[in-house]
Design a binder for this molecule. Structure first.
Ligand code: AMP
Ligand code: MG
Length: 351
């Protein structure tokens, strides 16, 4: 996908190495010396820049990069050689284990969010030009026609054999969950390889493996949707911090700004008072899917959804600059000294 107006990926990672104490003069053993120096690498995949920081060896970094590229080549909606492309153009097919695993779990999230997440949204996303960069505002009739093909419940999928069937006109788009799934896969791979500390920034989707090598939590900045800098810092370990923001991809036409997240009921580019939704939880896939879905839901429904759930926390930033955080983040969230456009923080409680 092309990003014409997309801003640089600024979700800053505060690898607080800069603020941490200098290493001990005589490290206890060679293993610790090696682990104290991360290997770092950048991959351009899934239309974004991915930064990997791994307390391990070059081998593990290379394995992570290979795995990311492998998943990209299966999941891309625009690459003519991908599985998703083949399914969309053939009306179905047999998926590899990875793609079947992702689709099965993505469909569960579509159901769980009452269709706010809908992986069959692709015909509408394409009509808006979000995948081609040929941006335009589709007319109401056109949207109505395309919406007739949008309904994730109509995707025929056999988890056992990976067979997927799409009705004529249907096309799927796993762009809302692919990076989160990829993060989970890379984390498992690193864990299996003996890594206990790593931080992945997959284009603003941040996923932490363990804590920093000194045992302190990773400090992750949540981007300020209104300007430079960040809206807050989260201290986490072993968790995913995933944001959907209007600023990630958008275009302007007739004095209006249109964001890349689509309401599957109306086909409209979502504009409901929220500017960014960050989800914090154990599963990158779940956080990624829910960041998109809660963005579609809007503040009130997103809060209700959180109240009924127990597998994530969230930070919702509204157009007026208000920041809402759920109570599980109260102890780990802090505000920056200064941030333009932002108002106070409200803590949302369960009761
Ligand atoms: P994310 O950045 O994770 O919120 O994902 C946004 C991407 O998911 C968009 O660029 C579209 O490709 C796709 N998308 C947009 N709206 C939806 C939706 N309601 N459900 C599923 N995918 C969507
Ligand atoms: Mg998402």
């Amino acid at each position: 996908m092309k990003r014409v107006f997309a801003l640089p990926l600024l979700l800053a990672l505060l690898l607080t190495g800069c603020g941490s104490p200098p290493p001990a003069e005589q490290p206890p053993d060679a293993q610790q010396t090696a682990a104290a120096q991360p290997v770092t690498g950048t991959v351009f995949a899934m239309d974004t820049v991915m930064d990997l920081t791994i307390y391990g060896g070059e081998e593990q970094l290379a394995a992570a990069q290979t795995r990311i590229k492998e998943l990209e080549s299966k999941l891309s909606v625009t690459d003519e050689n991908s599985e998703v492309y083949a399914v969309n153009h053939n009306g179905g097919g047999t998926l590899s284990a990875d793609t079947a695993d992702l689709l099965g779990r993505a469909l569960e999230l579509c159901g769980r969010t009452g269709g706010a997440l809908d992986v069959s949204i692709y015909p509408v996303v394409r009509a808006w030009g979000f995948t081609t960069g040929e941006y335009r505002v589709p007319g109401e009739e056109e949207l109505e026609e395309l919406l007739a093909h949008v309904d994730y419940t109509q995707i025929g999928f056999g988890e056992e054999d990976g067979q997927v069937t799409l009705a004529p006109g249907m096309e799927m788009d796993l762009g809302s969950v692919a990076k989160g799934y990829t993060g989970d896969q890379v984390i498992s791979l690193l864990r299996e390889g003996g890594v206990t500390s790593a931080l992945l920034n997959l284009g603003g989707n941040v996923q932490a493996l363990g804590s920093k090598p000194d045992g302190s939590p990773w400090r992750i900045a949540v981007r300020n949707p209104f300007g430079d800098g960040y809206a807050g810092i989260l201290e986490v370990d072993d968790q995913a911090v995933i944001t959907s923001g209007g600023y990630e991809r958008y275009f302007e036409a007739d004095g209006q700004t249109y964001w890349h997240i689509i309401d599957p009921v109306t086909g409209a580019s979502v504009r409901n008072g929220l500017v960014s939704v960050t989800i914090v939880g154990d599963s990158g896939l779940v956080c990624d899917g829910l960041s998109t879905a809660l963005f579609v839901m809007g503040l009130e429904d997103a809060v209700e959804f959180w109240r009924a759930a127990d597998d994530f926390e969230t930070i919702l930033i509204a157009e007026g600059g208000q920041i809402y955080i759920t109570e599980g983040l109260e102890a780990v969230f802090s505000l920056p000294d200064q941030a333009s456009g932002l108002e106070g923080v409200t803590v949302i409680r369960r009761d």
